[in-house]
Design a protein around this ligand. Structure first.
Ligand code: SAM
Length: 243
């Protein structure tokens, strides 16, 4: 791309991600709606509606942030199921917990501050593990995928919802313009924070594209790995199983 990158050394990435999400926590939900024109809600609904999950299941939603995925998952696991919302960032977790409590959703949710690279759970603890718009921010993605595999029960599913590589050539310049010109301006206007939204656009471009992420999941031990693009590859859902 002709918009250029700022290169962030690996050792500083976790600190940068920490600053970005502490800064955006309060405006995170509004910004998602503005930047995607509400479409992120459809992606998330589809992600959860097509997940392998049933009543009574125990689910881990990694990088759960303000809880969009956890809320949708709760409907699927019912009163007998439970959701653990895990995130490395205390500010994001607090916004999530307050939001759920305001909606009267208390029973069946746990909030745990954790790094996806090193999960504080024994092997085979969950029926489903999800991570939505989170893997991109994790420094050691291989470690996170291996941990997702470890904490799954045999037969369980892992699902990743993440920005990916847009497919049609004609769409790429439009997408770049939106990412590098419009996003930072929306960030400045509504969240007084252009830098965080510049980070967002850059982190999307650096994230492994569809086939590469699929190969990473296979290396982490997942079986029957596959992916499905949505919105021309702006996002993709990757699925793998523990067998
Ligand atoms: N899943 C939510 C959603 O779809 O709206 C939130 C996604 S938000 C873009 C990314 C989240 O990843 C942030 O809340 C951030 O704190 C979290 N995160 C970043 N690095 C992480 C890590 N290493 N382990 C766990 N969470 C992490």
């Amino acid at each position: 791309t002709h918009f250029g990158f700022r290169d962030v050394p690996t050792r500083d990435k976790q600190k940068l991600v920490e600053e970005v999400f502490s800064s955006v926590a309060g405006s995170y939900d509004l910004m998602n709606d503005l930047m995607s024109m509400g479409i992120h809600r459809i992606w998330k609904r589809f992600f959860v509606a097509t997940a392998q999950v049933k009543r009574g299941d125990r689910v881990l939603d990694l990088a759960g942030g303000t809880g969009d995925i956890a809320l949708l998952l709760k409907d699927r696991v019912g009163d007998t199921g439970s959701i653990v919302l895990g995130d490395i960032n205390g500010a994001m977790l607090r916004v999530g917990r307050d939001r759920m409590t305001d909606k009267g959703k208390v029973a069946g949710f746990e909030y745990v501050q954790m790094n996806a690279e090193k999960l504080p759970f024994p092997d085979a603890s969950f029926d489903l593990v999800t991570i939505a718009f989170g893997l991109r921010n994790v420094t050691d993605k291989d470690a996170a995928l291996a941990e997702m595999h470890r904490v799954l029960k045999v037969g369980g599913q892992a699902r990743v919802l993440e920005f990916s590589e847009v497919k049609p050539e004609w769409f790429k310049p439009i997408y770049d313009f939106h990412s590098f010109k419009i996003l930072p301006r929306l960030g400045q206007l509504f969240a007084r924070d252009a830098d965080s939204y510049q980070y967002l656009a850059e982190s999307i471009r650096k994230h492994p594209p569809q086939d590469e992420l699929k190969a990473m999941m296979e290396r982490a031990g997942f079986a029957r790995c596959s992916y499905r693009n949505m919105s021309a590859g702006i996002v993709a859902i990757h699925t793998g199983y523990k067998v």
